[in-house]
Design a protein around this ligand. Structure first.
Ligand code: NI
Length: 160
């Protein structure tokens, strides 16, 4: 039997199935907050949370990278329309957070100490179930400052 080689243009793989690609959209919001626990003294809160425990509030310019995963659709060559993703996150998250006080103004953050970690998990819960099937939320990166960020992929650990 001869060794038959096929030549194909780049990207025209003979592998079955559609490629799965991750797509990221970055969004922005500015918000005020104060970190702390109401059951701790101001001194203890300041020792633990530093400048972010300032009793008279302060703000951050947050950036959030929202990454979804899905198959590349044959018709469009897209996983999804990025405008759709932007609109969803703006409606579910940004509209509630931008230019607000995270401790006082946001019903879905009530009782939450608004650390970047707690925020990214709350944002996950606002977005993950709203994406059109079969697109999945796979990663959020929330930047509180240009130097500090947290990342979340939806995992939870059972703790006793
Ligand atoms: Ni802060």
């Amino acid at each position: 039997m001869g060794d038959v080689r096929e030549t194909r243009p780049a990207g025209a793989s003979r592998k079955a199935g559609r490629p799965v690609v991750r797509v990221t959209r970055r969004l922005h919001f500015s918000a005020a907050h104060r970190l702390g626990r109401p059951d701790w003294t101001d001194t203890h809160n300041l020792e633990t949370f530093g400048l972010c425990a300032n009793p008279n509030w302060h703000g951050h310019n947050y950036e959030i990278d929202v990454t979804v995963e899905g198959r590349v659709r044959e018709a469009t060559g897209f996983v999804l329309d990025l405008k759709e993703l932007r609109d969803l996150v703006e409606q579910r998250v940004i509209a509630d957070l931008d230019h607000r006080n995270l401790n006082l103004d946001v019903p879905w953050l009530e009782g939450v100490n608004p650390t970047t970690e707690n925020l990214v998990v709350a944002i996950w819960d606002r977005v993950a179930d709203e994406l059109p099937d079969p697109i999945r939320l796979v990663r959020l990166v929330l930047h509180e400052t240009p130097r500090n960020s947290v990342e979340y992929d939806g995992r939870r650990l059972e703790v006793a």
